[in-house]
Ligand binder design. Structure first.
Ligand code: F6R
Length: 589
């Protein structure tokens, strides 16, 4: 939700920042803006739209200090005026920001003598800094004094004409420093996420909440009040190529196909860590899986898997609703947060609520150094590499595989679970060949003209139906709904008309017969039945085969849904990587 970047070094700052913004576009693409600290003024360009769509981004001075922003609008409409960077009255200070300033209206009332040029909460920061500088403080101290006044979550990067420093600060929203490697010593990057500068360095410092970084010809760290803190860089193992398209037309298809490897990467975990977390689950008095959107559906799949593999009841609650469960929490409760980004505000808030009650927290995340990982007592990494398409695909199946592995560990059958999951991974690898993709592409052409569709599943495949619906909504913009197979006849079946596409998610399990009966009921009302199943059935008008993998059916049944949403989006001329109104990491409530 908004991507920010700053650069200090000998290169042309605008080139580095523009390049970085293109890599951060998955975080928001309503508008973009770049500010270069020239001499004597700051030069700014901003536009509505995706920066990658602009052949001409305007001209900048060649100076080596620059900041930039790609926006997902929260406060203020999608206009050029509301695009970041935001400046103070004189234009001498420019600020980019990711997050939300909850008390900006009160602060604005104090700054009556200032002229505001946008509707955003962010602009308050540049005026506060200006006010502090006017009262005699230096730039660095003025930024500190400004941010201590802010309520909410924020990552802020600021520049000023009278200083060669870039000042960055974080509270609640992610911010990572990149430290130039030997070949590029003396240059520094600061960004919402590592891919923004990964081509220059893999030496990173994850800022902690409450940190300020002062970047000049070196870098210093302090708290919001100026007290020095020590932060050491770590080297991250992602390669540049993992964050690039590598010949694919879109990140979404690249990431779907990467599932040939990512399930195996997800189940390759330190055994001690898995046993430690399994032990926490076994010893807890009440475990909650928490996630939002797709990650929430993964949690629901997990609760079915824990029931059938470990005979354990686990609750699953979406992040935004979890605070309403606070009455059920004690210091014996465990919450397991599931998140690709590790930055989702609703899930982070759930952690805050749980911590206040003394609960233990584990997170299953894909982004090393993410806020969620650092707020947790323990964590498991998904090991999927960067996921850049806005919709989650490869990390979804990685998370299901990890929950399954944990369920086996809780049942004291980890070796059996490992062998089983390894065979599932091999079957996914074999499944995803060109012929398979062609079959789903053919189906996409058949359904692309429909505006509504329904997806049914039972038991472990009920949350898969809900997840399939999210995919069809967010990528090709089809009104899709997922139901428990048994529920359709209690109302929604009235919506079935001649030719309405309905997907039946089937596995070789106890509920197979019932799901087939539900498909028959829909077919009798004219529905066009698409079976995602290990075997064909005469009720199916179209069959998408999947390997027979027993309890791991959610993993293999989700993949054709991902492919279908991708190919249908292409048919409907939608951008699969950057769906409208969405952003990759949802850092606002
Ligand atoms: C849908 C999708 C979203 C995310 C949700 C949580 O494809 O990607 O529903 O799953 O916003 O995001 P994370 O996993 O980063 O917490």
């Amino acid at each position: 939700m908004c991507g920010i970047i700053g650069y200090v070094g000998n290169r042309n700052g605008s080139d580095v920042v523009i390049n970085g913004l293109k890599k951060l576009e998955y975080r928001g693409y309503d508008s973009w803006g770049v500010a270069v600290k020239g001499n004597p003024s700051i030069s700014i360009q901003k536009q509505v739209g995706k920066i990658s769509d602009f052949k001409d981004v305007g001209s900048f001075p060649s100076d080596g200090i620059a900041i930039g922003h790609t926006r997902w609008a929260t406060n203020g409409k999608v206009t050029k005026e509301n695009s970041h960077p935001h400046t103070c009255c004189t234009g001498k200070i420019a600020v980019v920001h990711n997050g939300i300033i909850e008390n900006y209206q009160e602060l604005k009332k104090e700054l009556v003598s200032h002229t505001f040029s946008s509707e955003t909460d962010t602009e308050i920061i540049s005026h506060l800094i200006e006010e502090n500088m006017d009262s005699g403080l230096g730039f660095e101290d003025s930024v500190r004094a400004a941010i201590t006044r802010l309520d909410g979550r924020f990552a802020v990067v600021a520049v000023c004409t009278s200083s060669d420093k870039v000042v960055a600060a974080r509270k609640g929203s992610p911010l990572v420093i990149g430290v130039g490697d030997c070949a590029h010593e003396g240059e520094f990057f600061v960004a919402s996420d590592i891919p923004a500068f990964l081509e220059y360095t893999n030496k990173v410092v994850f800022l902690e909440d409450g940190d300020v970084a002062i970047i000049h010809d070196g870098i210093r760290y302090s708290d919001f009040y100026g007290k020095r803190v020590e932060r050491l860089p770590t080297e991250i193992s992602w390669g540049v190529e993992q964050a690039e398209l590598n010949g694919h037309e879109h990140y979404m298809i690249k990431e779907i196909l990467e599932q040939k490897d990512t399930i195996r990467m997800a189940i390759t975990q330190e055994e001690d860590r898995i046993m430690r977390v399994a032990d926490m689950i076994n010893r807890s008095f009440g475990t909650f899986f928490i996630g939002c959107g797709t990650a929430g559906k993964v949690g629901s799949i997990g609760s079915y898997l824990f029931s059938s593999i470990a005979g354990k009841h686990v609750n699953c609650v979406v992040g935004s609703e979890f605070p309403n469960y606070h009455d059920f929490l004690t210091d014996k409760t465990l919450i397991v947060c599931i998140s690709q980004s590790g930055e989702t505000a609703d899930t982070l808030e759930a952690i805050e609520v749980a911590k206040k009650k003394g609960c233990k927290v584990v997170s299953i995340v894909n982004v090393m150094g993410s806020t969620m990982m650092r707020m947790s007592d323990d964590y498991i990494m998904c090991n999927s590499g960067p996921e850049k398409a806005v919709c989650s695909t490869k990390v979804t199946t990685a998370q299901i595989a990890i929950l399954m592995k944990l369920a086996y560990a809780c049942a004291g059958r980890l070796d059996e679970g490992n062998r089983f999951l390894s065979s599932v991974s091999t079957k996914v690898e074999i499944m995803l060949d060109d012929k398979y993709l062609e079959n789903v592409q053919f189906l996409a052409k058949r359904i692309a003209g429909h505006e509504s569709m329904y997806i049914i599943g039972r038991s472990h495949n009920y949350p898969v139906a809900l997840e399939g619906a999210i995919k069809m909504q967010e990528v090709p913009y089809i009104h899709a709904e997922g139901f428990a197979g048994g529920e359709l006849k209690h109302g929604p079946i009235a919506l079935i008309q001649n030719g309405t596409p309905c997907i039946a998610l089937v596995a070789n399990d106890d509920v197979k017969k019932d799901t087939i009966i539900n498909a028959l009921e829909i077919k009798s009302r004219g529905g066009f039945i698409i079976g995602i199943a290990p075997e064909n059935n005469e009720v199916f008008d179209f069959w998408v085969p999947v390997p027979d993998v027993g309890l791991a059916s959610p993993i293999v049944n989700i993949i054709p849904m991902q492919l279908l949403s991708y190919f249908t989006a292409l048919e409907r001329k939608c951008d699969p990587d950057k769906p409208r109104n969405l952003a990759k990491s949802v850092t606002v409530k």
